[in-house]
Design a protein around this ligand. Structure first.
Ligand SMILES: [Zn+2]
Length: 193
């Protein structure tokens, strides 16, 4: 007899062998391991890290004021909020768009490489890091909401015209790819030898 858990709902089953079957609780196909999970998740994380560069370097939004186009990057935005004394907004934007995405990407990268080169560390610790990353995932979209909100408010004013820049697209991709990488990763791999 073998024990196998559903990746989707974590229901435990006692089976004769590892042939795949449908989970009775959530109808998800239960397999011993998701195929190529580590490789695909690692590739997604590397792509997201690569896209993080344009997200920082290019303007997050382009503001056209009286026909003059201006763009500012995330970091320029943070600095400008700081110089106006809006420390709270500056910290929120910095946390949501720089610190959290980087913690997530490097955390995942660390787990994935530790599995490929066998770093001495308790499996439980790796799993804890992974669940921590999954938990903070929902908070990193805040910045996109801020841009969307600003755009919809200021668009009403004809003098101002704000639209998302290259960085907004790159940043959204970073967030989505990180989410897929974490979601697709089969945590049961951590326990494999
Ligand atoms: Zn299930």
């Amino acid at each position: 007899m073998v024990l196998i858990s559903c990746k989707n709902c974590h229901e435990m089953y006692e089976r004769v062998d590892y042939t795949s079957f449908k989970c009775t609780a959530c109808n998800h196909t239960v397999r011993r391991r998701v195929k190529n999970s580590l490789q695909v998740s690692l590739a997604l994380v590397l792509t997201a890290l690569f896209l993080f560069v344009p997200a920082m370097v290019y303007p997050m939004m382009e503001v056209t004021q009286l026909g003059v186009e201006q763009g500012s990057t995330i970091l320029e935005g943070v600095i400008s909020f700081l110089s106006h004394g809006d420390y709270f907004i500056a910290i929120v934007i910095l946390t949501a768009s720089v610190i959290i995405p980087l913690i997530k990407l490097f955390g995942l990268l660390f787990i994935f490489t530790s599995l490929s080169i066998n770093i001495k560390m308790k499996n439980k610790t790796k799993l804890r890091i992974f669940y921590f990353i999954e938990a903070i995932g929902k908070w990193s979209m805040i910045d996109i909401y801020v841009v969307a909100l600003l755009a919809s408010v200021v668009q009403l004013d004809e003098i101002f015209n704000i639209k998302g820049g290259v960085a907004a697209t790159s940043f959204s991709l970073v967030v989505v790819l990180t989410m897929i990488a974490a979601h697709r990763f089969d945590t049961r791999i951590i326990w494999d030898d």
